[in-house]
Design a protein around this ligand. Structure first.
Ligand code: PLP
Length: 386
């Protein structure tokens, strides 16, 4: 069978492949601790679930406008604007089933065949996939551990040019948990303005930041609102991964184009899901604060435990719910190490190179799981590596 060129290079997300293998081992009776999939272990908060169920019971199960319910777009514009210190209009907001459409469709709307797109390596695998589908030329820029996993700005400066159409940023980041500091954002913004490129800022983990670390957004820097797409959503902040609800905020003219892509692809996002999203934003934020405190506790525990294992060195990440320990001293590829940990320790983790070439020598562990499981996983990893 032959396929269009744009899909031939697509690969599955590594997390799903490891999950499938882990589940096969479980089916054979193994006890597996899951640190591979990046999703909250907390259930969706009760008041949000109730709003969704009430909406279904009230018959809110029909088509709605492709860019989202007006009330939800208003709430998103207000909430996202206040958090970033900028003014967004509801017309700039495009709602979709998850944050992924907010990444994919603006890329399709902006990137022509051959346009260069800068993105972080290691980074979320969807970035390279969507660049490829859009026909763009992927330009991975390394994130450096010694730089708290922010861009290597020297390499960035070498690669950015008038051929660059789009720069993708992710802060706090998957897989590293790194937060891009303001001075780096200022450097990137100056380059984007100089070369006239767009910036896509994936801020899906913006509420999951620890130690009161500020998480600045490039959209709030002078001149950037006209060229930035902010991507965020409900999956991580409100434990709503399976509801599929996210959004992107962008200049209105681009939002209109992206809405047309939505019209002709997904049609619209489920009405009752959006009503649950309205409750998430309009209701109490107390649960978000308490899960962030709990993630911070787990982060401290897993980082300390990993650093007690000879050959493993783990930086303290400032956001998201991932750690990205350096395992280069163990002198085994991350892929072999991940396989060994799954087979011998029953701990499912991801090899760093699932996130790009510069992820080799690292593992990604998601600590959105119970403290008991974190402790058990650490014990098992230490035993196997010793
Ligand atoms: N962006 C990043 C960096 C992510 O890690 C994820 C999910 O893992 C997404 C976007 C996608 O979010 P959603 O599930 O809301 O589509």
């Amino acid at each position: 069978m032959t396929f269009a060129h744009r899909v031939t290079g697509l690969e599955p997300e590594g997390a799903y492949a490891v999950l499938a293998r882990a589940q096969a081992l479980e089916a054979g009776g193994s006890d597996i601790i899951h640190l591979e999939i990046g999703q909250p272990d907390f259930p969706t908060f009760d008041h949000i679930k109730q709003a969704g169920m009430d909406a279904i019971a009230a018959g809110q199960t029909r088509y709605n406008p492709p860019a989202g319910l007006p009330r939800l777009r208003e709430l998103i514009a207000a909430d996202a604007g206040v958090r970033r210190g900028v003014h967004f209009r509801p017309e700039q907001v495009v709602v979709g089933p998850g944050a992924k459409p907010g990444l994919f469709f603006p890329t399709l709307a902006l990137v022509e065949s051959g346009d260069e797109v800068i993105y972080p390596d290691p980074g979320f695998p969807t970035y390279s996939a969507m660049i490829e589908v859009a026909g763009g030329t992927p330009i991975p820029v390394p994130l450096r551990e010694e730089n708290n996993f922010s861009f290597d700005l020297r390499v960035f400066d070498e690669w950015i040019s008038d051929r660059t159409r789009l720069i993708i940023l992710n802060s706090p980041a998957n897989p590293t948990g790194g937060v891009i500091p303001l001075q780096d954002l200022e450097h990137i913004a100056a380059a984007a303005l100089k070369h006239g490129c767009w910036v896509m800022s994936d801020e899906i983990y913006s509420r999951l930041a620890y130690d009161e670390t500020p998480v600045p957004s490039i959209v709030s820097l002078p001149g950037m609102a006209e060229r930035t797409i902010v991507v965020d959503g409900f999956s991580k902040t409100y434990s709503m991964t399976g509801w599929r609800l996210g959004y992107a905020i962008m200049p209105e003219a681009l939002a209109e184009r992206v809405s047309l892509l939505l019209t002709h692809s997904i049609g619209c996002t489920a009405t009752f899901t959006q009503i649950a999203g309205i409750e998430a934003l309009a209701g109490s934020q107390g649960m978000v604060d308490s899960i962030v405190a709990e993630y911070q506790h787990r982060r401290d525990r897993i980082v300390k435990g990993l650093n007690n294992i000879p050959g493993v060195h783990c930086r303290m990440p400032q956001g998201a719910f991932y750690v990205f320990p350096n395992v280069k001293a163990l002198e085994i590829s991350s892929r072999e190490l991940a396989r060994l940990l799954l087979d011998e320790a029953g701990v499912a983790v991801l090899p760093g190179d699932d996130f790009g070439r510069n992820g080799e020598g690292y593992l990604r562990l998601c600590y959105a799981t119970s403290v008991e499981d974190i402790d058990r996983a650490l014990e098992r990893i230490a035993a196997v590596l010793s």
